[in-house]
Design a protein around this ligand. Structure first.
Ligand code: HEM
Length: 508
């Protein structure tokens, strides 16, 4: 009797399960159809056709190169990908309009905050309105303080001297001696930003130690979040999340681990007392009590400050390996300003290295770590170049393409020429209009970590160029980028590292 009852119960459960599955699939297909209609998946214009059939790959290695080509040839420097509901612009007037003049009409928007919500929560990167304003104000107060730059300088110098240099020395001239510089820079920037944000040292750069669980989970969550943005319809990942399947299951596990580790950091910090600590988390803890919110704040800072810096360093050293005369000019300036082979001793010294600053800006002009950035239009609008933008559609400014436009940078725009950033008369650095160079974004949401990023790039550049000869492995070609939130060289940056002979300076 009992067996029979269990049998019927099992059968009933099975039927309910199949019914539910069928309902979900029908709902999914219907929604997909409605979504496709809304997004004009049928559009047969030349650009959409090339996008859908992937025929652009016959001519270009990277999607960003194809977009750069289209934008360069557009009269207004604005194009539409109808099937994605995306208006892409490389026109500085449009960029200024969306990031400053009509800032309120171009928020991050709900579609992105939903995609990144599980990972970033209510962190600064992922919110608009009052939640954003509050974090922006608090973070600016902290990051604009002079003392925090000295603190960042201390962290970065330690990481370079005690970890980065010993690591490169350990592989110098060895057998195959090939090192993936991109991986090394990712470890370097994760350690630096964790110490800066949490006061915690994950020791990722100690190659003998496994990559920390935190970094691995963090990587996975950020990769899977970027993949969500690439699915045909948000319904795909939303249903997978509901059913806890595949990548969404992995995402849930990664976020669970991130949450446990972040909560542990907050707990420890509270136990130790945070009043006298200089890191960003301690500073935020003075005014925020909600642990989940604290976790979100810190995770956004990690994301902002980690992959961007690693990406900028990777393309910087790739370009220097191709243009060794630029590396020599950096060292010549450093010897002149700091003294022959003298180490950097303070943050202030960096200000006098104008040529180095020009090289850093020039390398990010051609290879911006964030190649493009999108907002969502709140109300129908017309951009300064006359482009009509419909409510609810996406508008993207494309920094990568902007660095390749002749009208903006002259006929030599594709050349790596740091001198373009220096004044003819006295050789000092001059900044460009930020809407023409939105590498750190511009306007009201301009990057808050720009000074910290420049500091990291310059310190690493001088320290490594002084000590090492870094060459590309002979088989290395022009980089291909992996899809993701930040520009990443697919396959890394394999280099050969050789320690230089110490220079002996004769006193006369
Ligand atoms: C070369 C390195 C870097 C580049 C190219 C860069 C670029 C950018 C860009 C383009 C944005 C706008 C992103 C968006 O709104 O979707 C941004 C925002 C931001 N960045 Fe950076 N960043 C860099 C390094 C850093 C570092 C080291 C930190 C932290 C110390 C940082 C903190 C932030 C924060 C907090 C925001 C959000 C600002 C807001 O929404 O008001 N960034 N950054």
């Amino acid at each position: 009797m009992e067996i029979e009852a269990s049998f019927w119960l099992l059968e009933a459960l099975r039927s309910i399960y199949f019914f539910l599955l069928l309902a979900i699939i029908t709902f999914f297909l219907l929604s997909l159809a409605i979504y496709s209609l809304r997004l004009k998946l049928w559009c047969n214009c030349e650009i959409c056709n090339a996008y859908l059939t992937l025929s652009w790959t016959n001519q270009f290695n990277n999607l960003c190169d194809w977009y750069a080509h289209l934008l360069k040839n557009s009269a207004t420097k604005t194009i539409h990908i109808h099937v994605l509901g995306n208006t892409i612009t490389a026109n500085p007037e449009n960029v200024e309009y969306m990031l400053k003049t009509r800032f309120d009409n171009y928020p991050k928007g709900k579609p992105f905050s939903t995609i990144l919500g599980d990972f970033l929560g209510r962190g600064i990167f992922n919110v608009d309105g009052d939640l954003w304003r509050f974090q922006r104000k608090m973070a600016s107060l902290e990051l604009d303080r002079f003392s925090i730059r000295a603190y960042a300088f201390e962290i970065v110098c330690y990481e370079i001297k005690d970890r980065l240099i010993p690591l490169l020395s350990s592989v110098s001239g060895k057998g195959d001696g090939v090192l993936d510089l991109q991986d090394v820079f990712r470890r370097f920037s994760f350690d630096s930003i964790c110490r800066f944000s949490f006061g915690l040292d994950p020791r990722c750069l100690e190659i003998t130690l496994p990559m920390s669980d935190f970094a691995v989970a963090f990587d996975l969550a950020s990769k899977l979040s970027a993949e969500r943005a690439m699915t045909v319809s948000p319904l795909v990942w939303k249903i997978k999340r509901k059913l806890n399947l595949g990548t969404e299951k992995k995402m849930k596990e990664a976020i669970k681990l991130i949450n446990i580790l972040a909560q542990e950091v907050i707990r420890q910090k509270r136990k130790m007392g945070f009043l006298s600590h200089k890191d960003l988390l301690s500073r935020f803890m003075h005014s925020v009590n909600d642990d989940t919110f604290l976790r979100d704040i810190v995770i956004s800072f990690l994301l902002a400050g980690r992959d961007t810096v690693a990406s900028a360093l990777t393309s910087f050293f790739w370009l220097l390996a191709k243009y060794p005369q630029v590396g020599s000019a950096i060292l010549e300036e450093a010897d002149r300003v700091l003294g022959p082979n003298q180490e950097l001793t303070s943050y202030e010294q960096l200000r006098d290295l104008h040529y180095l600053q020009a090289v850093v800006y020039e390398s990010m002009r051609l290879y911006p770590p964030i190649q493009f950035d999108s907002k969502f239009c709140e109300e129908d609008d017309i951009l300064p170049d006359g482009t009509l933008v419909k409510k609810g559609t996406r508008v993207t400014y494309h920094s990568y393409a902007m660095g390749r436009i002749e009208e903006l940078w002259g006929p030599d725009c594709l050349e790596f020429k740091p001198e373009r950033w220096l004044r003819d008369d006295d050789g000092t650095f001059f900044p460009e209009n930020p809407f023409k160079y939105p590498v750190f974004q511009a306007g009201l949401r301009v990057c808050l970590g720009k000074e910290m990023a420049l500091l990291e790039l310059k310190c690493v550049a001088i320290s490594l160029l002084r000590r090492f000869q870094i060459q590309l492995v002979p088989s290395y070609h022009t980089p291909r980028f992996s899809p993701g939130l930040t520009a990443t060289f697919s396959g890394g940056l394999p280099v050969l590292v050789r320690e230089k002979e110490p220079t002996v300076h004769q006193s006369s």
